[in-house]
Design a protein around this ligand. Structure first.
Ligand SMILES: [Zn+2]
Length: 220
């Protein structure tokens, strides 16, 4: 509540000011002068950027998929590959980004193709680890259309590693989530992996994927 009768600042405004104040303090802690010209509007810009980059928290999956679940007589593999995504690692608040490949084999329902990249964005625009992001996309598709199987593969560069020169050879991480026929049937899985032709080139990537928790080094 403000000190003025009948005037109450909206919660979002209080929140905004607090975040901008935190950024100002962060700049000072880094040894900068937050009042110098080039930084004067930085807290406002950083807040805006972070709100966009974490806007997935406010997204409603059902609203995103609204009117885009269709009943069809189709039981072949549906693939949407090379979906660009950008996310923030929750250990360092630094970007990781790359390509996401999604496949599923429908039973009775399909998702409008244009909705798949939006679904990826909903989960990417949060603080994430790549393994969880991969699983959330696969689980949502499984929950919404109960397909015979769903597969999600994500390949990403992690700036928290490449920018800091930490284990550069591992700054590119591949994660996968396979369910239903993609998990149980090696031929289906190989067909999918062949169709997406990973940048890393390894068809057997499912077995060689980065162990959970290692996509981002969290102890530096
Ligand atoms: Zn990180």
């Amino acid at each position: 509540m403000s000190g003025f009768p009948g005037v109450c600042a909206p919660a979002s405004e209080i929140y905004n000011n607090q975040m901008q104040e935190l950024i100002r303090r962060l700049l000072a802690e880094l040894g900068e002068d937050p009042t110098r010209e080039g930084l004067a509007d930085t807290p406002k810009r950083v807040e805006k950027a972070y709100k966009f980059l974490t806007s997935g928290y406010d997204a409603d999956i059902d609203q995103v998929l609204n009117n885009a679940l269709f009943t069809v007589d189709y039981s072949e593999m549906v693939i949407v590959k090379d979906i660009d995504f950008y996310s923030l690692c929750e250990h360092h608040l630094l970007p990781f980004f790359g390509k996401c490949h999604v496949a599923y084999i429908p039973t009775t329902k399909v998702i409008g193709l244009s909705k798949i990249p939006r679904l990826v964005d909903v989960f990417a625009r949060r603080l994430q680890v790549q393994e969880r992001l991969t699983n959330q996309i696969a689980n949502t598709i499984r929950d919404k259309i109960a397909p015979m199987g769903v597969a999600v593969v994500m390949e990403a560069t992690h700036l928290c590693m490449s920018m800091r020169g930490v284990e550069k050879q591992n700054s590119f991480a591949v994660t996968s989530a396979m369910a239903g026929v993609f998990r149980d049937n090696a031929r289906t899985r190989m067909e999918f992996l062949e169709l997406i032709k990973l940048r890393s080139g390894a068809a057997g990537v499912v077995e060689q994927r980065t162990p959970a928790g290692l996509a981002c080094v969290d102890d530096y």
